[in-house]
Design a protein around this ligand. Structure first.
Ligand SMILES: *Cc1c(COP(=O)(O)O)cnc(C)c1O
Length: 445
């Protein structure tokens, strides 16, 4: 039995049952509240900006399913598209029109992407992009950055120590050294480290994979010139640049981070990965790039890749309706909403004397509970005061605001966050900031 939580008896009961039949009671580790303690809320339904748990309590949602729910939950147009698609069957195992429509929408938004292959998760997208890069270059090494998450692909789970060109140790049990040994892990935003790695291994490196703007160590955008440096170095050494836009894609702008930051002067990335927003809450993801590279894939080329449910008609209908709903007006609204919430968080934490810094990638932002004035890489991100975050998180949850249950995440707003939802968040912040301040006092006493 878990400890008794009078605020969430029905969630607690479900958690007990889940713990018996599911490892840790969850189907994705971050849902388990391990980082903040307590009982994860089992959500019964969600509409607009609000979640309702199995105890009937409501929360303003700042997780947004970790990114996909950019229009809000159960959005009427997406709902209609899903219901309409479902009446015509669930999966055909043949080509279908929705796949073409979704691919056309993506290609029309992200200029350097001429072709995409649809898959069912971001993990599949990065795994397939890495395979394609290795197949196209005939090389095997991959460079990634500490703190960047690219799904649970063996070769990409490694993040090892910071510093110059470290050969990675597996970060997860079950990843053979042979898989991780082809991965070079570097500190983010560190051009000299990048130059050193390419100087030493340049002709063995198939690809550099990076989050377009990292959001999985909290929001740590590339410093001016860093994207450019990645592009220049990879091109000089014949390696591909894979921009992982699974989180940023179609969120930071209609063309993702690329549309927000602009195409590097030295050229666009070679391959892109997408997920989250483009599935509208259903399992749909993609990888894509120039047609000459994409034509290396089966059935045209020698790089094998496939999926029984890839391009599923319901998932693609949801994704297409979501992207169609992501108008310029939606993007400016997301920015304004994020600025109001982050501004209020900053004021409340300042008033309570809690050191923090807020970092941005368009409307994605995160609040780092750190004394550093900025967070440039994973080591900086790990300097956070985690007990202070946990206290802040639980005070917000008690007040009916559901933040991501980890200090290393972006807060995700949606187009459904109206004044009522925003004001509910703002009203909860001062008490949460005080709780964070008290947690700090307890730690330092
Ligand atoms: C979420 C995420 C992934 C993995 O996507 P899944 O659909 O969870 O497999 C990969 N890359 C980035 C940048 C992500 O944020």
């Amino acid at each position: 039995m878990t400890s008794s939580n009078p605020a969430a008896p029905a969630s607690e009961h479900l958690l007990d049952r889940a713990l018996a039949v599911t490892p840790g009671g969850v189907n994705s580790p971050v849902r388990a509240f391990r980082a903040v303690g307590g009982t994860p809320r089992f959500i019964r339904e969600a509409h607009g900006a609000w979640l309702t748990d199995v105890d009937g309590r409501t929360y303003v949602d700042l997780i947004g399913s970790w990114g996909p729910m950019i229009l809000g939950h159960a959005h009427p147009q997406v709902m209609a598209a899903v219901q309409d698609a479902a009446t015509r069957g669930f999966s055909f195992g043949t080509p279908s029109e929705n796949e073409v429509l979704l691919a056309e929408e993506i290609v029309s938004r992200v200029e350097p992407v001429e072709q995409v292959r649809l898959v069912s998760s971001g993990t599949e997208a990065t795994m397939s992009a890495v395979r394609l890069a290795r197949g196209a270059t005939g090389r095997s090494k991959i460079v990634k950055f500490a703190g960047c998450y690219h799904g649970h692909v063996d070769a990409l789970l490694a993040h090892a120590g910071s510093g110059v060109a470290t050969f990675a140790l597996p970060d997860s049990a079950g990843v053979p050294a042979s898989a991780a040994g082809e991965t070079i892990v570097l500190p983010y935003n560190d051009v000299p480290a990048l130059e050193a790695a390419f100087a030493e291994h340049g002709d063995e490196i198939a690809a550099l994979i990076t989050e377009a703007s990292p959001g999985n160590m909290g929001v740590v955008p590339p410093q001016p010139g860093f994207t450019e440096a990645m592009r220049t170095l990879t091109a000089r050494h014949g390696a591909l640049l894979i921009s992982d836009e699974v989180m940023t894609g179609f969120r930071c702008s209609r063309a993702g981070w690329l549309g927000y930051e602009g195409i590097p002067e030295s050229g666009a990335p070679d391959l892109f990965t997408f997920g989250k927003v483009m599935g509208g809450g259903f399992p749909a993801a993609a990888f894509g790039g120039r047609a000459d590279l994409m034509s290396q894939l089966a059935p045209l080329g020698p790089v094998y890749q496939a999926g029984t449910l890839a391009g599923n008609p319901i998932a693609t209908a949801a994704g297409l309706a979501t992207l169609q709903g992501c108008t310029p007006q939606v993007y400016s609204q997301l920015l304004a909403t994020a600025q109001r919430i982050a501004g209020a968080a900053h004021e409340a934490l300042d008033a309570a004397g809690v050191p923090h810094v807020i970092q941005w990638a368009s409307s994605m932002f995160s609040v780092f509970f750190t004394e550093n004035s900025r967070v440039l890489n994973y080591d900086d991100a790990r300097s956070q005061d985690l007990p202070a975050f946990a206290a802040f998180f639980h005070a917000m949850l008690d007040a009916g605001v559901h933040l991501p249950p980890s200090a290393f995440e972006s807060w995700f707003v949606s187009a459904a966050h109206d004044d009522e939802a925003i004001e509910h968040i703002i009203a909860a912040l001062p008490a949460a900031a005080s709780a964070a301040a008290q947690a700090r006092d307890r730690m330092t006493r």
